[in-house]
Design a protein around this ligand. Structure first.
Ligand SMILES: C[S@@+](CC[C@H](N)C(=O)[O-])C[C@H]1O[C@@H](n2cnc3c(N)ncnc32)[C@H](O)[C@@H]1O
Ligand code: SF4
Ligand code: SF4
Length: 369
């Protein structure tokens, strides 16, 4: 299996190719979102130290089965480009997920599943792998003890995850399935000297594409708010450049790595009260969310915060909500309300916001191709 076949286009800027949507956006016309993220549940089988979605006090919810399955028809009818199954908990805890994925695939929607992978057992794999466009596993380490510490779980989960992944990749090869595999490796104080081995481990398992990142610890994260680990490492004298160089030497025709560390480059994150700009968050028109409570929300800041809901799938169809006046009002409200504390810190569409902002501020140089 080749990375080139499976991940072609992943590392390219994707927004400029949304030509029809960009045209409609520029001219104030209606368009459907390119991507919809679904949160089947906010329950989880782990308690990752960094998890921005963690809310100790929140009651655990599952999206109603008929809504989870049926929304794929509604999203296909609405001409949505792709669906990311991810959200605020572990998607594989939802028993109706395989049925929903099958429904989405039958309507030709490309689907990315983001999961910690521990529950992806043989039976589940045989039901869903053939229907996926991408399987993304977050977050991998090559050491069971470190994995358990980072994910707030027992070491057994690491062994289960690795066995699941090895099987999934063997099944893919055997049956020539077209889905790609992606994984995230997070830098931590404990793995800096072993970061190369973590990435090599992913390569040896057969993953196509690895992101080496560091999490944004927020005030919601179980281990609390912390500054960027890579800065501490650099201050403590760790030679991060050499580590990165060694990791990048793993790239070949079948394997790709992308490294994004705070100490190496400016890492985009969502706004704070100080950096906020009204009307900047235009990405909410291209990427939207369906919460485990059935509400349609603009962005990660809004998850399960009903004051930002465009409407509920328990009451209306997706297109009706997307075309509704309430959506216009909520977009205006969220784009003109600076965040409190860390509300926006982990923003999944900050790159999209930046690119859209840049297209709004072009100079006459744009005419010199
Ligand atoms: C909340 S999880 C839900 C899906 C699934 N449970 C998982 O972990 O893959 C969605 C994504 O958010 C990422 N994430 C969680 N907390 C984060 C943080 N503080 N900074 C950056 N990414 C974070 C996770 O690594 C994962 O890729
Ligand atoms: S990052 Fe994913 S696996 Fe970890 S606690 Fe959050 S929702 Fe669960
Ligand atoms: S989370 Fe939403 S409101 Fe906050 S920066 Fe991102 S798009 Fe804007």
């Amino acid at each position: 299996m080749s990375y080139k076949i499976h991940m072609k286009g992943r590392d390219d800027p994707r927004t400029p190719y949304q030509i029809d949507r960009l045209y409609a956006w520029k001219h104030g016309k209606y368009f459907s979102p390119a991507t919809v993220e679904i949160s089947p549940t906010n329950a989880c089988n782990q308690r990752c130290t960094y998890c921005y979605a963690w809310r100790e006090s929140k009651s655990r919810e599952m999206l109603r089965d008929d809504i989870l399955i049926g929304c794929f028809d509604q999203l296909a009818d609405a001409d949505v480009g792709g669906v990311v199954i991810q959200g605020t908990g572990e998607p594989l805890l939802h028993k109706a997920l395989p049925e929903a994925i099958k429904r989405g695939a039958s309507r030709h929607i490309p689907i990315q599943l983001t999961t910690n992978g521990v529950l992806l057992n043989a039976a589940l794999q045989d039901e869903i792998l053939q229907h996926l466009y991408c399987l993304r596993i977050s977050v991998i380490d090559n050491d069971p003890r470190r994995y358990a510490d980072q994910h707030g779980c027992n070491e057994k989960q690491w062994h289960t995850l690795v066995a699941n992944l090895e099987r999934a990749i063997a099944v893919r090869a055997r049956s020539n399935l077209p889905f790609s595999t992606m994984a995230t490796v997070y830098l931590s104080e404990n793995n800096v000297n072993d970061l190369y081995n973590c990435v090599r481990f992913c390569k040896e398992i057969g993953i196509d594409f690895v992101y080496v990142l560091e999490p944004q610890y927020t005030s919601y994260s179980p281990s609390g708010k912390r500054s960027h680990i890579s800065s501490h490492m650099a201050n403590a004298g760790h030679d991060i450049d050499s580590v990165c160089e060694k990791i990048l030497s793993l790239i070949d025709d079948n394997f790709f790595v992308k490294i994004k560390l705070y100490v190496k480059e400016h890492i985009l994150s969502g706004a704070t009260k100080q950096t906020w700009k009204n009307d900047y968050c235009q990405g909410v028109k291209f990427y939207t969310l369906i919460g485990c409570d059935g509400e349609v929300y603009p962005c990660w800041r809004a998850w399960e915060s009903k004051r930002y809901s465009f409407g509920s799938l328990y009451e209306k169809e997706f297109t009706e909500i997307w075309q509704g006046e309430k959506r216009r009002q909520i977009e205006e409200m969220i784009m003109r309300t600076p965040p409190d504390g860390d509300e926006c810190l982990v923003c999944t569409i900050c790159l999209l916001n930046k690119m859209l902002d840049e297209t709004s501020n072009v100079t006459k140089w744009v005419n010199f191709l």
